[in-house]
Unconditional design. Structure first.
Length: 306
C-alpha cells in the first residue's frame, strides 16, 4: 500500500492538533504548513517529541513553503482567521476568502489530483467558492460533520447512555440554519422520540445549533478545536483506508434534494477517491423547508463572488 502524502495547511489549533491525531493513527506522511515563519516547524517539533507516549513512529514535518504541496494526495485547509466572541462564521468570509484564493491556485498548480478538504469557516461558502473557481478540483468541506458529532453527544448525554449507541445526522449548512435530523436519530437503534420527551429533544436541537458559538463565547479569542480535529481525522482516515464512512460534508449539489449549483452539507459516503456518493434520505416537510432556507441563503451569499 502506497503511503499517502497528507498536507495540512494552517498550523493553528485545528491544524496542529489534527496533525497530532493523524500521526498517532499513522495515516500517512504528514506535513504541516503555515505562512508564519517557523510556526509549523515548531508545532511539528512539539508533536514529534510526544511520539514515544503516543506509540507511533509517524513524524510530522513542518514547513513555511508552499513547495510542500507538491504531489500531495490529501490537502486539508484549516488556514485563515478563527472566530472571536461576537463574530459570526460569515464575518470571516472576506478575510478567509482571500486566503482561499491563494491556496486554491497553489493546489491546482502543485497537486491537481489531490483530494481537498476545506475546514476553514464559513466552510460551506468557501467550499462553493473553490468548486466554482476550479471546477476540476476534487474539493469538499467539513460541512456539518462536527455538528453531527455534537448532536450525537447531546443525545447520549440527555438519555444517560453511551455515545457509541447514539446515532444521528445534521445537514444543511454549518451555521444557525443547520438541521439536526431528529426523525432519523436513534439510541441503540430505537428512535429518540420513543425515549426522550419533546422538550428534551427541542433542547438538544438548540444546544446543537449554538454549540460552536457557546464555546467561542467561553474561549473568547478562538473557537473550539479538539472535537473538530477528531472529525477531520475521521474523514481523512475514511479516505486513506477506503472505510466508506458516512459524513455530513459540504458538496456541490447536482440535483440532490432538488438543488443545483450550490454547496450544502449532505450525507456523503467517503472512500479513497473522496466523495463516493451522496445519500438522499427521506425528509419530513419541516426538514425540507429548513433545507430550502439553507439553499436560499447559499444562493444569496454566492453572489458575493460569482
Amino acid at each position: 500500500m502506497t503511503v499517502p502524502k497528507i498536507v495540512i495547511i494552517g498550523a493553528g489549533n485545528v491544524g496542529s492538533f489534527s496533525a497530532a491525531v493523524m500521526a498517532r493513527k499513522q495515516l500517512g506522511t504528514i506535513y504541516l504548513y503555515d505562512i508564519l515563519e517557523n510556526l509549523a516547524v515548531g508545532r511539528a517539533m512539539d508533536i514529534n517529541q510526544g511520539s514515544p507516549y503516543l506509540h507511533t513512529d509517524s513524524r510530522v514535518t513542518g514547513s513555511d513553503s508552499l513547495d510542500v504541496l507538491d504531489d500531495s494526495d490529501i490537502v486539508i485547509i484549516t488556514a485563515g482567521s478563527a472566530r472571536h466572541d461576537g463574530m459570526s462564521r460569515l464575518d470571516l468570509l472576506k478575510e478567509n476568502l482571500e486566503v482561499i484564493k491563494t491556496l486554491g491556485a497553489a493546489i491546482m498548480f502543485r497537486c491537481t489530483k489531490a483530494k481537498v478538504l476545506v475546514v476553514s469557516n464559513p466552510v460551506d461558502v468557501l467550499t462553493m467558492y473553490m468548486k466554482t473557481s476550479w471546477p476540476e478540483m476534487n474539493v469538499f468541506g467539513l460541512g456539518c460533520s462536527l455538528d453531527t458529532m455534537r448532536f450525537r453527544f447531546f443525545v447520549a448525554e440527555s438519555f444517560g447512555g453511551s455515545v457509541d449507541c447514539s446515532r444521528g445526522m445534521v445537514i444543511g449548512t454549518h451555521n444557525e440554519n443547520m438541521i439536526p435530523l431528529v426523525n432519523h436519530a436513534t439510541i441503540g437503534g430505537v428512535p429518540i422520540r420513543h425515549l426522550l420527551t419533546e422538550d428534551t429533544i427541542t433542547g438538544i436541537v438548540k444546544r446543537t445549533r449554538i454549540a460552536g458559538t457557546a464555546i467561542v463565547h467561553k474561549l473568547r479569542v478562538h473557537s473550539g478545536f479538539y472535537a473538530a480535529s477528531h472529525v477531520v481525522t475521521q474523514v481523512v482516515e475514511s479516505m486513506v483506508f477506503n472505510r466508506l464512512g458516512t459524513f455530513s460534508l459540504s458538496v456541490p449539489c447536482r440535483g440532490e434534494y432538488g438543488y443545483n449549483g450550490i454547496c450544502l452539507a449532505l450525507p456523503c459516503v467517503v472512500g479513497q477517491e473522496g466523495i463516493q456518493r451522496i445519500l438522499e434520505i427521506d425528509l419530513q416537510k419541516v426538514e425540507k423547508n429548513s433545507l430550502k432556507i439553507c439553499a436560499e441563503a447559499m444562493t444569496e451569499v454566492s453572489s458575493l463572488f460569482c
